[in-house]
Every structure is written in structure tokens, then in C-alpha cells.
Design a protein around this ligand. Structure first.
Ligand code: ADP
Length: 209
């Protein structure tokens, strides 16, 4: 079995809940969704995800950010950065996001997710109605210039291997729902662009305030 194939334990039966997703969403006033941010390290995925989350939280939305480094402290702590491990990392995150969308939560993921096929798998697993792919577009030069965590320097020195953009590929999204120019636009401009998209996409059932 490949690690993208559906995994089901033996002798288990799916239990249908009586409290359904629409009932939860009715209480929340918005639909569950997964905002999947992709882009190079330092492109601004985490910063933008948290900024948009702040805006949504202030509008009484139930949100959660799955941050790359954070999930590797637990759920995916056994995985490295080979393409195979990155694939498994994203599969687990996708399964998690599928559950949070069903719970009515607006989830954000801030993973480089460099491989088009892996993002396609995430979309297929989560479901295209709930999956919003947001490409944080910033050039390697800009990201390396920022070098927020000093990782590019280490990658150039060969201290870190399999580093996206340096020693591991990044495949630009072919059909992102939204491209945000985080390399040149301000954080505020990018945040407003994402919020505008969410309203247009109909994430909000009703204005809650
Ligand atoms: P990533 O999560 O993609 O690795 P981070 O969010 O950790 O990137 O870092 C991005 C850096 O770029 C931060 O220091 C942030 O302040 C800066 N930045 C500048 N402009 C923007 C923008 N428009 N959107 C997001 N981040 C930006």
C-alpha cells in the first residue's frame, strides 16, 4: 500500500454522528475550511496565516493554525525532510484537517508543501469544496535575504540537507486558488487579499456581528 492510499484498520465500522457538520456550522456562523498555504521557507506562510487567523478570530470565527515546526513536535515528530517523509507529514496533516473542517473549524496550514502531487493528494483527501490553496509567492532571493531562522545560511554551508529551494525542489502551484505576493506586498495587503477571497468564496454563512 502506498502512503497516499486510504488507510483503514481492520474490523472497524464508521459511526454516524447525530450532531452533523451543518448543525455545528450553524452555531459557528461559518463553514469549516482548510486554507493551505504553500511557498518557500521565509515566504510568509506562518506570518500571513496567523495574521488572517487574528482577523477571523476577531470576527468570532473558530480557527486553528497547523504550523510546520509545531506538528513536528508531536504528531509528525518521527519524520524527517526526505521527500518520502514530507509526503507522510502532509498525509497526516491532511487527515487532521479533514477532521477539523468536519468540526466546522477554519484551519490554516503553513507548510512548504513543495510537491504539486502532494498538494493534489491533500486536496483530494480533504475535498475540493473545503480546500483552499494559497500560494505565498516570494522569490528565493527575497526569502534567502530574510533568512528568518538562519536556515538558508546553514543550507548553503551544507549543514542542513534537503533544504527547499537550495538542495530540494519547490514546484510552483499550477492551480492555486489564490496567489499572494508576499515577496513585495505588505502583510496588511496580503491579509486583506485573503480575507476578500474568503468572503467571495462564501465561507461565511452570515455576518455574526
Ligand atoms: P514561512 O512560514 O513561509 O517560513 P515566516 O512567516 O516564518 O515564513 O517568515 C516570513 C517573514 O517575512 C517574516 O519575517 C515576515 O515579517 C516577513 N514578511 C514581509 N512581508 C510579508 C508579507 N507580505 N506576508 C508575510 N510575511 C511577510
Amino acid at each position: 500500500m502506498t502512503n497516499t492510499a486510504k488507510k483503514i484498520s481492520p474490523d472497524v465500522v464508521y459511526h454516524q454522528a447525530t450532531v452533523t457538520r451543518p448543525r455545528r456550522e450553524q452555531i459557528l456562523g461559518h463553514n469549516g475550511a482548510v486554507l493551505w498555504f504553500t511557498g518557500l521557507s521565509g515566504a510568509g506562510k506562518s506570518t500571513l496565516a496567523h495574521a488572517v487567523e487574528e482577523e477571523l478570530h476577531n470576527r468570532n470565527c473558530l480557527t486553528y493554525v497547523f504550523d510546520g515546526d509545531n506538528v513536528r513536535h508531536g504528531l509528525c515528530g518521527d519524520l524527517g525532510f526526505s521527500l518520502e517523509d514530507r509526503k507522510e507529514n502532509l498525509r497526516r496533516i491532511s487527515e487532521m484537517c479533514k477532521l477539523t473542517a468536519d468540526a466546522g473549524i477554519i484551519a490554516f496550514t503553513a507548510f512548504i508543501s513543495p510537491v504539486q502531487e502532494d498538494r493534489q493528494n491533500a486536496k483530494a483527501l480533504i475535498g475540493e469544496d473545503d480546500f483552499i490553496e494559497i500560494y505565498c509567492k516570494a522569490s528565493l532571493e527575497v526569502c534567502e535575504g530574510r533568512d528568518v531562522k538562519g536556515l538558508y545560511k546553514k543550507a548553503r554551508e551544507g549543514i542542513i540537507s534537503d533544504f527547499t529551494g537550495i538542495s530540494s525542489p519547490y514546484e510552483e502551484p499550477e492551480n492555486a486558488d489564490l496567489i499572494v505576493d508576499t515577496g513585495t506586498n505588505t502583510l496588511e495587503e496580503c491579509t486583506n487579499q485573503v480575507l476578500g477571497y474568503l468572503f467571495r468564496r462564501g465561507i461565511f454563512i452570515s455576518a455574526r456581528k
